[in-house]
Design a protein. Structure first.
Length: 762
């Protein structure tokens, strides 16, 4: 019996046929297939069972005769009778689920929305990039899986992956300029190819030739999902040209070409998500359509994909919350729970007073700037992964908070101030899932301190991806569509968090420290006499806080100097999470200042970073203030370049996220006017997408002369000489300077530094 050993590189399905690409240690890739039939469960009255079964038979959707089984409910923790249905056509699952949803009040559905490939991997106890040996038989040109043996475990903290061959696809101009007026750039390890789009057919042939030569495992793109791949596949289909983008030449998977993405509201922000164009037998990762890739690169995607059993290309386009949900699904299935289709635990009724007490977030103490916004010898202490640790430590999970099994238990743990019960009899699945994630991140953080080079990068990317998963874990407890969520569990975590940060504050004050600032999981403290703080005394303080709160407290650092810039609307009011300072180690830390913002031009950020770089040379406020002339010279240097119109227009572009579709804007602001210009150019922009524009003449009476979009500039024949609003950008630069220097300035009016004094844009 032939066998093949390697790493599970790619997995996808057509109906009940699962395709598996395995990549060997020496780089050979081989395609196998297997069969899988998802199982769903339904809980309903007998008469509804009969009608459902009849409908399933009409759809030819059943592989086996339905039968009644005993399964355990997730929230109630009791066994009930449910109808087991083995689905013959997985493609019907979305249709089945959507139709059943209309009658959701009459019966409950379980396991119906688990990804088919993930369901298969759970059944076979495999996961993406698992090291495995497949025993197979040849069936014509295909290889049928007979058996598989794994050589690595999903819980492994250390694991190997094969070497990958990369190729990247980029556009020379804005992605909104059609490819026929653009150049497709193809980059390999040794070559950069420029493929003009004027002749799309020739472009496909040239691309095919490069793909045959390079045979990449991974294609990295910029706007691949939104622009490049829809164009390439459309040209191929229209002209009946085979393309080499997919490795798979056996399965008959048809693509529906989509160019329109989806816009949705999350936490008050409109987010745009491009359509998805995964490849078959290769990975396609679009850097503009992957949060995980932006934050943690390739090793981060691999880490989350392995532990969630989401295929790599699914994970690339998914949120860290979705990955966490699938880890929880895995835990729930191992514990033999019925996995609900969607969240079924509604918020318990509350009085107005109960709502006032429970519906609160993290505890925040505004920065104390009574003696000025700049200060010295301040220490910052942080709770390590406070919220997820609370969830693990106190067993907080939707099924454990106010559980039904501990109603009469006098020993049951209670949530501070809220009085919610926490189950004494079972471990919550959220707690169980997060315990492993915390363990993994702790391991990777430790290893990255011990390594360098590629090893350091791999550990850093892995811990970064887990960090974002842990960050979202708290929000998902209260998310309305979370599979494993319940508002009371979300409120319980916040209550424990407030209790612990208050405990840390009180212990610090008992040791003679003054609280400067506190926010959610961090406290800033200093001695009342402004003496220097030693690391040794902070270690003792952290240990005492840890012993009292049961959560590790870490020293983030001791600031030589620290600044809390005030609000631009009220210079007596600090902003809760805006600060910057230099640690005694020489490192610099900043939050929410101009150089950290995404909507500020590159040139302005570059100028502020240059000023901050100079400020980092000094260890005291006195030294900073006494060398003021130098920072004024830096500001003057950048200001002069703007005044003389020597700054490239590309560095002055302002990026904004659109909050609605173009026709829905009521006021002619910068965003709406820019969208109007794009619409006139025949370019459609959906809500949530980002646009970039240049301020040409903000106060022009003619609205169409105030701003120019990046695309309209690139369309111009001579876009090297572009005029911009000098006055506007000088004020923008001044505001970035004022933000970081107002705590040190020997003068009162920053506006005197530029000739025309008007209100700052920020």
């Amino acid at each position: 019996m032939p066998n093949f050993r390697g790493y599970l590189f790619d997995i996808y399905h057509t109906e009940n046929k699962i395709f598996l690409w395995v990549k060997s240690e020496d780089g050979e890739t081989k395609l196998f297939y297997d069969h899988h039939h998802p199982i769903i469960y339904i809980r309903a009255d007998t008469d509804i069972y009969k009608r459902l079964v009849k409908r399933f038979y009409e759809l030819d959707a059943l592989l086996e005769i339905p039968k009644i089984e005993q399964k355990r409910l997730f929230y109630e923790n009791k066994f009930v009778s449910v109808l087991k249905l083995v689905i013959s056509k997985p493609s019907l699952l979305p249709k089945i689920t959507n139709n059943l949803f209309k009658l959701y009040g009459k019966y409950d559905i379980y396991h119906s929305d688990v990804e088919v490939t993930t369901s298969y991997m759970i059944e076979k106890e495999i996961f993406p990039l698992v090291d495995l040996t497949i025993e197979y038989e040849k069936t014509g040109i295909e290889n049928k899986v007979l058996n598989s043996n794994t050589h690595s475990k999903i819980s492994d903290l250390e694991y190997s992956i094969p070497e990958f061959n990369f190729l990247s696809l980029e556009l020379e101009k804005s992605h909104r300029i059609p490819i026929i007026d653009n150049n497709l750039l193809i980059k390999t390890k040794s070559e950069t190819y420029k493929l003009p789009g004027k002749d799309p057919i020739q472009l496909i042939h040239s691309l095919n030739q490069i793909l045959k030569i390079e045979d990449p495992d991974i294609i990295l793109s910029s706007y691949g999902d939104q622009v490049i791949f829809p164009f390439l596949f459309l040209v191929s289909q229209k002209n009946k040209i085979k393309n080499e983008l997919d490795r798979d030449k056996i399965s008959t998977i048809k693509r529906v070409i989509k160019t329109e993405g989806t816009s949705f509201n999350t936490y008050g922000t409109i987010v745009y998500r491009a359509p998805s164009y995964p490849l078959f037998g290769r990975w396609h990762i679009d850097s503009k359509n992957s949060f995980v890739f932006k934050e943690s690169d390739l090793f981060g995607i691999i880490e989350l994909s392995r532990i969630s059993r989401l295929p790599i290309q699914k994970m690339t386009r998914a949120s860290t919350g979705k990955a966490l949900t699938y880890i929880e699904v895995d835990v729930a299935l191992k514990l033999k729970y019925l996995v609900p289709w969607q969240k079924s635990a509604v918020e318990s009724p509350k009085t107005a007073l109960e709502l006032l007490i429970s519906d609160r977030g993290g505890l925040v103490f505004q920065p104390d700037i009574s003696s000025g916004i700049s200060m010295e010898n301040v220490a910052q202490l942080d709770f390590a992964q406070m919220y997820p640790t609370i969830m693990v430590l106190h067993n907080i999970s939707p099924e454990t908070v106010n559980c039904l099994c501990c109603v009469d238990d006098p020993e049951v743990p209670l949530v501070p101030r809220l009085g919610y019960r926490i189950c004494n009899k079972r471990k919550g699945i959220v707690s169980e899932a997060l315990a492993h994630v915390l363990e993994r991140r702790s391991h990777y953080k430790k290893k990255k301190k011990e390594t360098e080079g590629i090893e350091y990068e791999s550990y850093n990317q892995k811990q970064a991806s887990l960090k974002w998963m842990l960050v979202t874990s708290f929000g998902y407890l209260g998310y309305r569509n979370a599979k494993f969520g319940k508002l009371e569990s979300h409120e319980a975590v916040s209550a424990f968090g407030r209790d612990k940060i208050l405990t840390a504050k009180e212990i610090a004050e008992d040791h003679g420290y003054d609280l400067v600032h506190a926010i959610t999981d961090s406290i800033f403290i200093k001695k009342s006499n402004n003496e220097k703080i030693s690391e040794e005394e902070l270690k003792n303080l952290c240990l005492e806080i840890q012993n009292k709160t049961l959560i590790k407290m870490e020293i983030e650092g001791i600031y030589s100097w620290l600044v809390f810039p005030t609000s631009t609307r009220d210079n007596k009011m600090p902003v809760a999470n805006r600060y910057m300072g230099k640690f005694t180690t020489g490192e610099f830390k900043s939050r929410a200042i101009v150089s950290r913002r995404k909507d500020v031009p590159i040139y302005i950020k570059k100028a502020q970073l240059k000023m901050l770089e100079w400020m980092q040379k000094f260890d005291s406020l006195e030294l900073l203030k006494s060398n003021e002339k130098k920072i004024l010279d830096i500001h003057s240097f950048f200001d002069t370049k703007i005044k003389n119109e020597e700054v490239p227009w590309e560095e002055l572009l302002i990026q904004k996220s659109t909050s609605q579709d173009p026709e829905d804007y009521q006021v002619d602001g910068a965003t709406s006017l820019s969208l109007k210009e794009l619409t006139e150019m025949g370019i459609q922009v959906q809500a949530g997408e980002k646009i970039r524009y240049l301020v040409v003449k903000q106060k022009s009476k003619s609205k169409d002369k105030r701003y120019k979009t990046e695309e309209s500039i690139q369309k111009q024949k001579n876009n090297k000489i572009i005029q911009y609003d000098v006055e506007y950008y000088r004020k923008l630069l001044l505001s970035s300077f004022k933000e970081i220097w107002m705590g040190f300035a020997s003068f009162e009016s920053f506006e005197d530094l530029i000739s025309n004094e008007q209100k700052l844009p920020f």
